[in-house]
Design a protein around this ligand. Structure first.
Ligand code: NDP
Length: 240
């Protein structure tokens, strides 16, 4: 039987890596991308192919670059699931941010949704089925001091999710987002031990989330209820 195909952006480490592993373990052929760490990404593909007998294809492509995404989709002509995961953070006062840094943030965390979906959606509409899962943040729901650009990009992602869900529901394509709290990845590597401890104390579950927990929810959204769409599902251990 033909395997289902999933594209996961930003899979060289962290949450994207866990999502790629979860989907491969469920028998999906996967396309995965990263901007810089191609050796790690190719290694992941090799491991997943030999462990799960699926096809895993790695692409070095910047999600925030429209030409890169146009090129990526010359290689992809069938897709069942898209997980828009690639993202970057920026911590600092808004007024200290350079225009270049702002543009990189918005291109990577927000414009990328359009650059990917403009190609993926027609492939899904053709089949009258598909799932789009956007990896968002609690800051997209409530906003964070020192993370204005990141919050704005993820807030945009949330509204993009709700609007696209309405547009695509007649084509039986579901669009949902997972608004993560603190997940233990390299993205939070900037925090000191004291800062990590203070953050943990704020979280009712008394720990950071694991990338594998996000991955399990992503797979549930990809394989589950076709009436569930346009939702921003918070996964934060009760934090917000
Ligand atoms: P990591 O920094 O651990 O991993 C980010 C991944 O995205 C890497 O594979 C990186 O690869 C890739 N990436 C970054 N920029 C680009 C780009 N321009 N084009 C293609 N790939 C890119 O982060 P996380 O795993 O923690 O984060 C994944 C997602 O989850 C992000 O969207 C983030 O905003 C979101 N999130 C994370 C939270 C957390 O606490 N960790 C909380 C809330 C949301 P490379 O470096 O090779 O380019």
């Amino acid at each position: 039987m033909k395997k289902k195909k999933a594209l996961i952006t930003g899979a060289s480490r962290g949450i994207g890596n866990a999502i790629a592993t979860e989907f491969a373990g469920s028998g999906y052929d996967i396309y995965v991308t990263c901007k810089n760490s191609f050796t790690e990404l190719q290694k992941l593909c090799d491991e997943l192919e030999s462990k799960y007998s699926i096809e895993a294809t790695a692409f070095q492509a910047d999600v925030g670059n429209v030409e890169h995404m146009d090129r990526l989709f010359t290689e992809i002509n069938d897709i069942d699931v898209v997980v828009n995961n690639a993202g970057i953070s920026y911590i600092g006062l808004l007024t200290d941010m350079l225009v270049e840094e702002w543009n990189t943030m918005i291109n990577t965390n927000f414009n990328s949704l359009f650059y990917v979906c403009r190609h993926a959606v027609p492939l899904m509409v053709r089949k009258k089925s598909g799932k789009i899962i956007n990896i968002s943040s609690v800051w997209g729901n409530v906003g964070a001091s020192m993370e204005v650009a990141y919050s704005a990009a993820k807030g945009g992602m949330n509204t993009f999710t709700k609007a696209l869900a309405k547009e695509l529901a007649p084509s039986n394509i579901q669009v949902n987002a997972i608004a993560c709290g603190v997940i233990d990845t390299q993205m939070n590597g900037c925090f000191s031990e004291e800062e990590r401890e203070a953050l943990r104390e704020e979280i009712p579950a008394d720990r950071f989330g694991k990338p594998e927990e996000v991955a399990k929810l992503a797979l549930q959204l990809a394989t589950g209820n076709e009436y569930l769409t346009g939702q921003i599902i918070t996964l934060d251990g009760g934090w917000m």
